[in-house]
Structure formats: C-alpha cells, structure tokens
Design a protein around this ligand. Sequence first.
Ligand code: SAM
Length: 342
Amino acid sequence: LTETAVPTIDEFTLLEMAQAVRRAGVLCAALDLAVFDGMADGPVESHELARQLHVHPRGMLVLLRALAAIGLLHTDGARYRLVPGVDRVLVSSSPDFFGETLRLAVSRYEWDALGRLSEAVRRGGTVLDENAETPEYPFWEDLARTPTPHTPLVADLLADVLAPWVAGRPRLEVLDVACGHGLYGFTVARRHPQARVRSVDWANVLRVAREHAGRLGVLDRVELTAGDMFDTPLGGPYDLTLVTNVLHHFSAERVTVMLRRLADVTRPDGRIGIVAITADARDPASDPVPHLFSALMLAWTHEGESHSLDRYRELLAATGFGEPTVHGLQGVPLRLLVADRV
Ligand SMILES: C[S@@+](CC[C@H](N)C(=O)[O-])C[C@H]1O[C@@H](n2cnc3c(N)ncnc32)[C@H](O)[C@@H]1O
C-alpha cells in the first residue's frame, strides 16, 4: 500500500467530499438554464441575464455567485463572465461542448440510485423497482444519443487491434450485443467494407443506434435486432462477437451464461471483443474509478460490479475462449480484451 497516495483525512476533507453534490447541482442547473450560453458574447449583469433566461432575479444571483465560487465564472461584483476555457466546453454552440455528457454523468437516474446506496448495501443489490436492468430503461436511450468521449477512441482502438486479423478475410460477420449507440460495431464496419453487423439492444435504444449507423454510412450493412440479449435468438455464426460496457451489470454467473451464449455463435476461428471497466482488488486507492463504479452498480443493478481482469480471464477460459490480449488508452478507464474462440 502506498500511504503517501492517500490524502490526510480530517473534518474539512470529509466535508468537501460530502458537499460535492452541491457543485454537481450548481453545474447541472447552469447547464439546464443555458447560463453559459447567455454569457457567450461577454460579461453580463445578473438581472440582465435573469431577464434573458426568464428566471427569477434572486435565483439567478444565487446561482451566478455559486458558479463563481466553484471557479466557472469571474465577477467584479457587478458583472459576470466565463473564465477562460469555459466557453469551449460549456457553451452549447462550441464544437467541443461537453454539457450533454456532464448532464448524463449526473442524471437523475444515477442520483436516485446513489441516494439509496445504503439500502442497496444492506440488501446486496438495487432496491429500485426501475433500475439499470429494466427493459427499455430510458437512461440507456439518452446514453446512446450522447456517447461518452471515450467511446470513439476505444472503438478506434478496437478497429486498430483487429485490423491485421481482419485483413484478407473475405467475410466479417459481427454481432454486437447490448450495442447501445452501436458505435463499436459500426466503427469496425466503417473500416472494413466486407463487414456486416447485427446489433442487439432494446427497441428504444436501437432507434438511436439506427441514426448513428446512418450518420456513419453503414446502415445498409447493419441489422438491428430488438430484445433481451439473454434470450433473443442471436443468429450467426459470427466471425466477431462484441459485448461492450455491459457485463458489469451482472454477476460472474450471469456473465458466464452470456459468454457461453456468445461462444455458441462465434465461429471456431472467430474472436470476441469485450470492453469493460476492470477493477483491481489490491489497492482501490490507486485506481478509484472501477470501485466507485461498482458502488453505482450495487445501487443500480441486482448483482453487477466491475469485475477484475483476472476474473475476465477465468470467465473467458471457462466459456470457450483463449487468453485475451488486453489493451488500453492513457487516461481512459476502459480496457479492451480480445480473445480467440478455442
Ligand atoms: C452501458 S450501455 C453500453 C452500450 C454500448 N455497448 C457501449 O459500449 O457504450 C449498456 C447497454 O446494454 C443494454 N442492455 C442491458 N441489458 C440488456 C439486455 N438484457 N438485453 C439487451 N440489451 C441490454 C442497455 O439497453 C444499454 O444500451
């Protein structure tokens, strides 16, 4: 254990941790009300902005001061302006606008789930009737519409890793289960004209995936299959099966069921690609993301958690796949595992 990596804990650091919810609330309110857009052309007074955005003057003033307090605005006491850099990421007309992703990162779904984490800890799983496993859960539709900035990077990584293996194959039948936006399968299809993709997810999510396939120019090589990936007929066989960012919704037992199902439809010379947040049980402090994500999965699913790389290795070996190669990108908390069907 590296004790130096752990900051000194006192009342103040704890309070700051507990009050992170206030910062998130202030940021979300400003995004919802388009406060940053209202300042894109330069400094404004609070009452002018309140009039422009049709909000209460007192509410506006409190919000602007809070935004200045967390370092997103400057004020001379009378007028407010964006601090340098905020216009790039928080003004909606910017090509780098990040607000939709931030809004998803603190969506009411996640807030509702984490607000009941203590009950989930008692029970050992979600207490929410409507949760991340609910068919046609609307959050997944929102996420499909606004993929995280990591998605295209890891989708390109997948296509790069597979490129030498795909080269020279006259045919590339791809199955992408729980496809969400579908970008993993569609990126492979865009790179390889011989690829055809079957993308599986709930019907509401597939409506969004269809739009992405159209935008990427691969819709004519994509088949969309709506239903539960655990019991919908998957067709096949496939050269490549993909299951990305979903196995953490389930226990190791359920992951085994899913991987067996995928092994059954993967050709003997085929491959599987898994993308996941993987946990390392040894020292959570050195890699906090997967452990915080497991807490979210505890609150939001019945049995989900970030599984470790070793566990993925074991599960792949137990379900008819070989030792995976593991790939990652600096600063991206996702791992790509690629394994041969054996
Ligand atoms: C976190 S998203 C991942 C989306 C995409 N694969 C990615 O890597 O970004 C999880 C997706 O799994 C889908 N999903 C979860 N359980 C499912 C099930 N039993 N059958 C079909 N889709 C499912 C959800 O609708 C959602 O689109």
